[in-house]
Design a binder for this molecule. Sequence first.
Ligand code: PRP
Length: 183
Amino acid sequence: MYATDVADDLSEVLYTEAQIQARVKELAAQIDVDYAGKEPLLVGVLNGAVMVMADLFRELTIHAMMDWMAVSSYGSGTQSSGVVRILKDLSTDIVGRHVLVVEDIVDTGLTLTYLLENLASRNPASLKLAAMFRKPEANKVHIDMAYVGFDIPNKFVVGYGLDYDGRYRNLKDVAVLNPGVYA
Ligand code: PRP
């Protein structure tokens, strides 16, 4: 799905599919260099990270592995509560592994703070974070991010994995949702 398919629901396209794919290639090239000879384990956080993981992973020219976690970070509303529950844990033992967590977005940072602490306690050789989008104005806690696709404004954005009520994840562009949709 493209922004033109749901034009009435969107107020502004922030990044097109082409811009996103170009940025993913740049991040992959950096990861190739930084993890040469290390065979990193990329850990995707379901569901939003599916798109960026699929694209980033295939751009890597080094050996790498993939695993997934599912957490519930939001309560009933659209704001992160900071209360995180692990719904699906890793299948991989990460002791001594170079772990790179892959996220679609870091918003308040509360989910990732919990997740990184949890993963760090399992004694990986290294632990870093890659996120396609970051909302600097929404960050409530500082998180060191090794790889960031784009910094975006503190608005309700959808597409490339980001949803509103489960919808718009399959939007190839990333756009600001028209407030009329969720009012
Ligand atoms: C999103 C996103 C992060 C988290 C970021 O997931 O994928 O995991 O929110 O928010 P925070 O920085 O404010 O904690 P969400 O809970 O919406 O689930 P989803 O990936 O299935 O969309």
